[in-house]
Design a protein around this ligand. Structure first.
Ligand SMILES: C[S@@+](CC[C@H](N)C(=O)[O-])C[C@H]1O[C@@H](n2cnc3c(N)ncnc32)[C@H](O)[C@@H]1O
Length: 248
């Protein structure tokens, strides 16, 4: 499981240099995205259900930013916990877009069980099936690093937001130390095997795919967003983006 663990703290940012940054900004990532279908998706859904409090807290924060009756998009919602918790809090029109059919099925079942209406559908963050200027708010949590076309995904986020709309991206930071990542996993209170598997996944897969703050700044500047507010915790980044009024 991935978490945005911990309060943002002033961390040091590794200067990975302009060469790496521009490679990330322009390229399609060499791997084929995360194959989270079938048993892997179900395992993730069970694991993350233990963190419902975190999704609830995030939904409460989001509810402060979204106008009554507003349109919300969760990009790559996985099991859909955030979107479902938000739907419980107000009269929002919420969409979820995920590339995994297993996750779409799980999220739909979770929404039905919770008795809320969220429109979960299958689709790719780099080609969203939504008209421009549609959403007041969008969230993308623990997923951005997996996108094969990160700048394209940011451009799509920009396109589908209304002018003045906001995006919140929460993800692992590439320069998180192994010790801090291990501590964050320990905080998840997983069983011994899941804890070990999760630590290995972070170390050998997720950290390699993640971005530093500087890399995010570079990509954001290419995607049409103006200024970004980026906060760092020991292991994560929270990026708040606003689509300038008068742009589309
Ligand atoms: C680690 S899960 C995170 C799920 C959820 N956001 C959470 O916080 O628990 C990563 C998600 O990204 C989705 N994903 C990966 N690449 C995607 C893409 N290009 N477009 C849409 N979803 C994608 C996966 O199917 C998966 O649901």
């Amino acid at each position: 499981m991935e978490t945005s663990a911990g309060a943002p703290a002033a961390g040091t940012i590794a200067d990975e240099g302009a060469v790496i940054m521009s490679a990330y900004a322009t390229a399609v990532k060499p791997y084929k995205g995360m194959g989270m279908e079938g048993a892997v998706a179900r395992w993730y859904a069970t694991l993350t259900k233990k963190s419902l409090d975190e999704f609830r807290a995030l939904a409460q924060r989001a509810a402060e930013w979204v106008p009554a009756g507003g349109r919300v998009l969760e990009v790559a919602p996985g099991p859909g916990y955030f979107a479902i918790e938000l739907a419980k809090l107000g009269d929002y029109e919420i969409n979820g877009l995920d590339i995994s059919q297993t996750f779409v099925d799980i999220a739909r079942a979770n929404a039905e069980q919770a008795g809320v209406r969220v429109d979960f559908q299958r689709g790719n963050a780099s080609g969203m099936p939504f008209a421009e200027d549609t959403f007041d708010f969008l969230l993308c949590r623990a997923a951005f690093k997996n996108f094969t076309e990160p700048v394209r995904a940011l451009e799509e986020m920009h396109r589908v937001l209304k002018p003045g709309g906001q995006a919140l991206i929460i993800d692992l930071r590439r320069d998180a130390s192994r010790e801090n990542v291990a501590e964050a996993v320990d905080d998840m209170k997983l069983g011994a095997i899941n804890s070990l598997l999760t630590k290995l996944t972070f170390r050998f897969m997720l950290l390699k795919r993640a971005y530093t703050k500087a890399q995010f700044e570079e990509m954001i500047s290419r995607a049409g967003f103006g200024a970004a507010a980026i906060e760092q915790s020991l292991t994560g980044l929270e990026i708040r983006l606003t689509k300038n009024a008068g742009t589309s």
